[in-house]
Design a protein around this ligand. Structure first.
Ligand code: NAD
Length: 215
């Protein structure tokens, strides 16, 4: 579905959290919820929850809150999770192999369909249930398998060239694990994943808490 203009990236991140909470509620047989409950469990304010949802329409009833199943269905639609997504891995080193072995992509119909690497020595090696393929077949395989999204797991210096190859093959979304800021055309979205940034935030919070405790 087309992105709604002006929706902050942080809102999209929180929608994913709300969806996770709603899914857990539905599994427990909970039928209705409120912005207060979603807010408490997401560590944001109820105002923030209502504001995030208001970008996409009106979902709840004043006083009665939200029907869990309905809001969950709407969030799945907004997040584009009502259709299958074919995903490839670009770069079959340590991280690429670990992703290929991850068993839970099929939640919400993400399908790992191909694995590519520039190193000819890796062509044909097993990767999860797939076999590694060379870059020379990327354009043809991307069309044949209708690959939509890719994990980018190549070294930083190779990341832009690898992203260019993915874009040229028609891939429209890249989850970028490489420490590189990528330039892509406007129709392509890059979502960075940064483990080191997470560790730095963690170190800040642990130090800040220790200083609070010592004060
Ligand atoms: P690795 O060296 O084990 O594997 C990289 C693979 O990419 C190799 O198989 C190599 O042949 C392949 N490659 C190189 N250039 C390519 C190209 N142009 N096209 C396709 N394949 C190409 O590296 P790794 O340890 O798996 O790490 C992969 C990347 O992930 C690195 O950039 C690393 O910094 C990053 N990383 C990120 C996180 C994170 O949280 N974001 C965590 C760990 C690693």
């Amino acid at each position: 579905m087309p992105a709604t203009p002006g929706v902050p990236a942080a809102t999209v991140g929180r929608l994913v959290t709300y969806l996770r909470l709603l899914t857990a509620m539905e599994e427990r047989g909970v039928r209705t919820t409120s912005s207060d409950e979603l807010a408490g469990r997401s560590h944001v304010s109820a105002f923030q929850v209502r504001k995030d949802l208001a970008y996409f329409g009106r979902f709840g009833t004043r006083g009665a809150g939200y029907t869990v199943a309905t809001l969950r269905r709407e969030l799945r639609r907004i997040l584009g999770l009502t259709r299958p997504w074919n995903v490839a891995i670009m770069g079959m080193g340590r991280l690429g192999q670990a992703l290929a072995d991850y068993p839970n992509f099929d939640e919400y119909d993400f399908r790992l369909v191909a694995a590519f690497d520039a190193d000819p020595a890796k062509a044909g090696l097993p990767a999860g249930g797939l076999f590694v393929e060379g870059l020379e077949v990327l354009p043809a395989r991307a069309t044949e398998l209708t690959i939509d999204l890719a994990f980018l797991t190549v070294p930083g210096p190779a990341a832009q060239a690898a992203a260019d190859a993915l874009v040229a093959a028609g891939i429209r979304g890249i989850l970028n694990f490489a420490p590189a800021v990528l330039e892509v055309p406007p129709h392509v979205h890059v979502e960075p994943v940064d483990l080191m940034a997470g560790l730095k935030r963690l170190s800040y919070h642990v130090v800040a808490r220790a200083e609070d405790d010592a004060a």
